[in-house]
Design a protein around this ligand. Structure first.
Ligand SMILES: NC(=O)c1ccc[n+]([C@@H]2O[C@H](COP(=O)([O-])OP(=O)(O)OC[C@H]3O[C@@H](n4cnc5c(N)ncnc54)[C@H](OP(=O)(O)O)[C@@H]3O)[C@@H](O)[C@H]2O)c1
Length: 332
């Protein structure tokens, strides 16, 4: 490939503000890195919407190509760890933040960011999971590592129809947990039940505005993608020695709680960071997602779009309107 041109979703910033549009990029535009990867699919995460709209907590360098996820085929490798033709997935690190990301025909990344895809996981499958799937699996691993078993009791998942939430519901149910799914979308109930949720709760069911330090003990575990008052309510509703894996902030960044659930019920709050997830854990999780934890409904979670559909889907995810996962074919 000699400086080939390819479509990308380019976000620019000028005096008029921040704008995203389909554009043409070339290899010489890409950042340095050992692996040149032809992108088969990228995906849309909540964080990509923040990047695409210029949220400075995510992206400060413009022009920028968002996309914290990419899966595809290595076209050229300067690393002994990968060869041309390898199928790989890259999620997190700085990809799509201040390093150009997956919403393009090609990415160039350090070899240390890439994971070889298990043979039974296609690049499309990998992007249906994406960062959302990696994060959901990290949350489940955190509950398991801290001793929450299916016998411990009900596990609640908030933001359940979203990317992280829906995959967490599916993995937990597959592992035999009893799952209560919290969703603001009545029409997502059927999908959540098919994924294995036994109870559907509304968002209001897990927002208690009272100053009570403890609420009725209900859940043995929690995967929280929402944060804010929802996380505060979930933590106060955990049973003795309950564990909450917290990864999200769509509902706010402040947690209105006291120390009481920690010192009277011995609860555990596990923070989840997928961006810097260690490589050993990444490889283990991708192998699990391909096999033992594979969701039978994986294909049903995906809505496939191209680069020109990105703006509409960015608006939708920022309003909490996406069900499941949006995967992006890097075509104009
Ligand atoms: N820590 C990490 O490494 C990591 C990795 C991935 C994602 N995240 C974070 O996890 C969160 C979810 O990410 P995602 O990509 O899965 O996003 P997503 O697909 O948009 O899912 C979020 C879901 O949360 C619910 N929701 C939205 N706004 C809400 C509100 N104001 N109050 C209560 N619920 C609300 C909606 O589900 P319902 O309609 O079903 O309620 C929405 O579909 C984001 O905050 C993201 O930044 C963190």
């Amino acid at each position: 490939m000699t400086n080939v041109s390819f479509p990308c979703y380019l976000v620019t910033k000028d005096a008029a503000g921040i704008r995203g549009a389909v554009a043409t990029c070339s290899e010489s535009d890409l950042p340095a890195g050992e692996l040149l990867i032809r992108v088969a699919y990228s995906s849309l995460n909540f964080k990509d919407a923040l990047s695409a709209t210029g949220n400075p907590a995510v992206t400060r360098k413009f022009p920028h190509v968002p996309g914290i996820d990419a899966a595809g085929i290595v076209e050229r490798s300067d690393s002994p760890l990968f060869q041309a033709g390898d199928a790989v997935v890259v999620t997190g690190f700085d990809q799509g933040q201040n390093t150009w990301g997956g919403m393009a025909g090609y990415v160039r990344v350090p070899a240390a960011w890439a994971v070889k895809l298990p043979s039974n996981l296609t690049p499309r499958d990998a992007m249906i999971y994406g960062t959302a799937g990696l994060t959901a699996a990290q949350c489940v691993e955190a509950l398991v590592a801290r001793g929450v078993t299916p016998a411990s009791g009900e596990v609640v998942v908030t933001g359940a129809s979203g990317g992280v939430g829906s995959i967490a519901v599916g993995i937990l149910a597959k592992l035999g947990y009893t799952v209560a799914a919290v969703s603001g979308k009545p029409d997502a109930s059927e999908l959540l039940k098919r994924l294995g949720a036994t109870t559907i709760l509304t968002r209001a069911d897990v927002v208690d505005e009272s100053p009570k330090p403890l609420l009725a003990a209900r859940f043995a575990g929690a995967v929280d993608t929402v944060g804010g008052r929802t996380l505060g309510t979930v933590l106060r509703s955990l049973k003795r020695a309950g564990v909450c894996a917290a990864c999200g902030l769509v509902g706010g960044v402040e947690i209105p709680i006291t120390v009481m659930p920690f010192i009277l019920r011995g609860i555990d709050l596990a923070g989840i960071d997928s961006v810097e997830c260690p490589m050993e854990q990444r490889v283990r999780i991708w192998n699990n997602l391909a096999d033992a934890w594979r969701l039978p409904l994986l294909a049903d979670l995906a809505q496939e779009i191209t680069l020109r559909d990105v703006p509409a889907q960015v608006d939708r995810i920022l309003q909490g309107g996406v069900t499941g996962r949006v995967i992006i074919r890097p075509e104009a």
